[in-house]
Ligand binder design. Structure first.
Ligand SMILES: NC(=O)c1ccc[n+]([C@@H]2O[C@H](COP(=O)([O-])OP(=O)(O)OC[C@H]3O[C@@H](n4cnc5c(N)ncnc54)[C@H](OP(=O)(O)O)[C@@H]3O)[C@@H](O)[C@H]2O)c1
Length: 174
């Protein structure tokens, strides 16, 4: 159906899971559960990879196009100082690697295309609700986060393809 409308200039994958049902972020290794890990990887890493797989052919061969997936700063291995949240961190790290690998492949056929992993900051959604204090400073509304991320996507250049960028455009190390 999308194919019939022509090329896709911008695609944003905003799905993700941190907690659902019996799944809660692990505080220690003892809490690791294989089914929960598999679910986090399925939603946070495999899902966006499949979207990339099926939509890559619809990105134009020439001219700028963007593919972005919402990742998270906690997926940065270098930035991991607090520990915990094994499954969420690892599945977002996997997403970052998938995006990086996708960006390299994308460049071969679509040199002006940009593939990004994005960190939206802390956003007042159901996902973050159990882990933020009410009205905490530095928490964005969903519309603020969307506007920030659209600005980052709009400004990103082809040589930034494959990077993990934060809501303010700064690069987060993998
Ligand atoms: N909120 C934050 O502070 C924060 C911080 C860093 C990164 N992020 C990332 O930002 C992205 C958006 O999260 P959010 O804060 O907007 O959380 P949210 O309100 O809980 O939204 C999560 C989204 O993921 C979809 N989803 C969940 N499980 C799914 C599944 N099994 N299959 C398909 N779709 C599924 C949901 O679809 P339904 O509505 O249909 O359930 C919903 O659209 C996520 O990737 C999250 O990791 C959020």
């Amino acid at each position: 159906m999308v194919e019939a409308t022509g090329h896709v200039g911008m695609l944003i994958v905003a799905s993700g899971v941190l907690h659902e049902g019996d799944i809660t972020p692990e505080k220690s290794l003892k809490a690791i559960d294989p089914a929960a890990l598999a679910q986090l990887f399925a939603v946070n890493a495999v899902g966006p990879a499949l979207v990339a797989k099926h939509f890559m052919g619809l990105l134009p061969l020439s001219g700028r196009s963007t593919f972005a997936a919402i990742s998270a700063r906690v997926g940065s291995i270098e930035d991991n100082r607090l520990g915990g949240w094994y499954g969420y961190r690892a599945s977002k790290a996997a997403l970052n690697q998938l995006i990086r690998t996708f960006a390299i492949e994308l460049k071969r056929s679509r040199p002006e295309a940009v593939a990004l992993a994005l960190h939206p900051g802390t956003v007042a959604t159901e996902l973050s609700k159990p882990f933020r204090s009410h009205g905490a400073a530095g928490t964005f509304s969903p519309s603020e986060a969307a506007s920030d991320l659209l600005a980052v996507i709009g400004k990103a250049s082809a040589d930034q393809s494959g990077q993990l960028l934060a809501w303010d455009g700064s690069r987060i190390p993998f």
